[in-house]
Design a protein around this ligand. Structure first.
Ligand SMILES: [Ca+2]
Ligand SMILES: [Ca+2]
Ligand SMILES: [Ca+2]
Ligand SMILES: [Ca+2]
Length: 359
């Protein structure tokens, strides 16, 4: 009798342990990453190290699991506490939107529709081939007293689904947003590693804190036709406060490159690789680090070996051509008073013309 009750206890305990704790920290039950970031962040590299406020945004990896009732998503990284947005699109059932429409619910100051077609039928955020989003979830954070906020919407094939403000919270396990529909969203902004600032390739491996979300699978079944949901594809990216300026932080990564800008004109079909990840998928290994390589004043973002191969000067891993100051820019000419790039008689005449000037 004792053996049976012990077995039952163990069974119950293992069932409880199989679910992630909602706190913004990676749990063992997520297994290995489904995607790892391969691009440095153009939206700031947070170095504060606090669970709430952050001074940069990045998505370092993507994890997702389904436990039969919930879809759990863990996105290690940071969400800058200036009301930057993380936009998450999920393809988990038949139908949905391959190109985002403009007649979805007016949620978050119409931020969802700001990413969609402008009414011309010629644009709208477009996902990779085969990805037809069924739900949008977005989270943001900031304020003098730190707070998190979340919104979501159904993405029906023909638009006009249901959507609503989910609620507010704060950081860590004590700050989870609990929506009345069963949504749970947690944030831990402590990360100070992962990818650095820039536009070159990077590696998001090893980050264990960030955004953690639980979505009741029943919310995908608005018409009773969803069937059993056993897998899902997830596309997530960092956007600015108005959902109208997309960073280069997309998961799956874009393979190095700058800010993607107006999401309405972003087409992930035209960017190499999958800008989404799938439950159960093994992440691609991190790319070999690149840096700015100067051959005289021409610059390219390549690997150290490739730079040496073309006789260039390598500026170090993580440096990039669009950096400030630009790595390969010529030294300014001393004596170039009028700043036209040459030192000649025009500079002398400028000096003579201003002779005696004193302030
Ligand atoms: Ca957790
Ligand atoms: Ca779908
Ligand atoms: Ca970082
Ligand atoms: Ca793509």
């Amino acid at each position: 009798m004792k053996t049976i009750s012990t077995t039952l206890l163990l069974l119950c305990a293992s069932t409880v342990w199989a679910q992630p704790t909602m706190d913004g920290t990676l749990d063992a039950v997520y297994g290995s990453a489904n995607a790892v970031q391969n691009t440095q962040t153009s939206f700031g590299d947070s170095d504060i190290g606090m669970p709430d406020f952050a001074n940069g945004s990045e998505i370092d990896a993507g994890y997702a699991i389904i436990d039969g009732v919930y879809l759990y998503i863990m996105l290690p990284g940071n969400l800058e506490s200036t009301f930057n947005k993380i936009d998450i699109f999920i393809d988990a059932r038949s139908g949905g939107q391959h190109t985002l429409r403009s007649d979805n619910p007016d949620i978050d100051f119409d931020g969802l529709n700001r990413m969609g077609d402008d009414g011309s039928g010629k644009n709208g955020l477009t996902f990779d081939t085969g990805f037809e989003a069924d739900m949008w979830v977005s989270m943001t954070c900031g304020g003098d007293v730190f707070a998190t906020y979340a919104n979501y919407a159904e993405l029906h094939t023909t638009g006009a689904g249901f959507g609503e403000y989910i609620g507010a919270g704060s950081s860590g396990s004590a700050g989870v947003i609990f929506g009345k529909t069963g949504f749970m969203l947690a944030l831990d902004n402590s990360n100070v590693s992962g990818v650095g600032f820039g536009e070159g390739t990077g590696c998001g491996e090893g980050v264990t804190t960030g955004i953690e979300i639980a979505i009741p699978l029943s919310l995908f079944d608005w018409d009773g036709l969803a069937g059993d949901i056993t897998s899902a594809k997830i596309c997530a990216f960092i956007n600015n406060g108005g959902h109208d300026y997309m960073s280069n932080q997309v998961i799956g990564g874009i393979g190095g490159g700058g800010t993607l800008e107006d999401p309405r004109f972003v087409n992930f079909e035209l960017i190499e690789g999958n800008q989404y990840f799938t439950i159960g998928e093994a992440a691609e290994p991190c790319p070999i680090a690149t840096g700015a390589c100067c051959v005289d004043i021409s610059c390219s973002d390549i690997t150290s070996d490739d730079c040496i191969g073309i006789g260039g000067e390598y500026n170090g891993d993580g440096s990039f051509c669009n950096g400030d100051p630009a790595p390969c820019a010529p030294e300014p000419c001393e004596g170039d008073v009028n700043g036209d790039g040459v030192v000649n008689v025009a500079d002398i005449l400028t000096v003579i013309g201003n002779w005696g000037c004193a302030q």
